[in-house]
Write a protein that binds this ligand. Structure first.
Ligand SMILES: Cc1cc2nc3c(=O)[nH]c(=O)nc-3n(C[C@H](O)[C@H](O)[C@H](O)COP(=O)(O)O)c2cc1C
Length: 187
């Protein structure tokens, strides 16, 4: 009797645990609710938040663990506006630059992974964030002025800030393709 009770308890606990993994997984929740905010409040990102976000960027995987990136942090409003014209005080921009190497490697892809790690870390902290590819060209025309090492080139910019509470996250979310359009199961 005791053994049967123990078995039932183990099965129930496993089922609950599996259900919990699916419904309460905080990483999945962050991934599924995060979106690229375009509006921000002027509440500043704290140094503690920024440090954690950068730590998550550094932790990103990279081909052959080359870690071919540099992260340039900009908090100055005037300089931020040169990069993203509607950036506001309280935002932080992180320029993610990849090494310009002729010996192969996957610096752009690796920089993308670092950017996504930091994007998710920011949202995990309850902050707003957006990855921008369009400013990279202009940044690379005057890399020195942004203090990017000469042998690196800007790949993307991550904007982080506090959420503008007036924005409705549901309507601001961008739709995705249907699973049938993007997944095929090999039979
Ligand atoms: C590599 C990359 C480059 C992007 N560049 C820009 C950009 O230059 N300007 C912009 O407004 N959004 C940019 N985005 C944000 C995308 O437009 C956004 O992620 C996409 O539309 C999906 O929207 P969501 O993240 O809100 O779901 C970029 C995103 C990625 C991943």
């Amino acid at each position: 009797m005791k053994i049967r009770f123990a078995l039932v308890a183990i099965v129930c606990f496993s089922a609950l645990n599996m259900y919990g993994q699916i419904s309460d997984n905080c990483v999945a929740k962050t991934l599924l609710t995060a979106f690229s905010e375009k509006a921000y409040s002027s509440i500043p990102v704290t140094d503690q938040q920024l440090d954690l976000i950068l730590k998550c960027g550094i932790k990103a995987p990279s081909g052959h663990n080359q870690q071919p990136w540099k992260f340039t942090v900009i908090k100055d409003e005037t300089v931020m506006k040169e990069i993203i014209n509607n950036a506001i005080s309280g935002n932080v921009l992180i320029i993610i630059s990849g090494i310009e190497s002729e010996s192969g490697g996957t610096p752009d892809f690796d920089c993308g992974l670092a950017a996504e790690n930091m994007f998710i870390a920011a949202h995990g902290l309850g902050l707003a964030a957006c990855i921008y590819g369009s400013p990279a060209g202009n940044i690379n025309l005057k890399k020195e002025s942004f203090q990017i090492p000469t042998d690196y080139k800007a790949v993307v910019v991550l904007r982080v800030g506090n959420v503008d509470e007036s924005v409705d996250a549901v309507t601001a979310a961008t739709p995705r393709k249907n699973p049938e359009e993007v997944i095929n199961y090999y039979k």
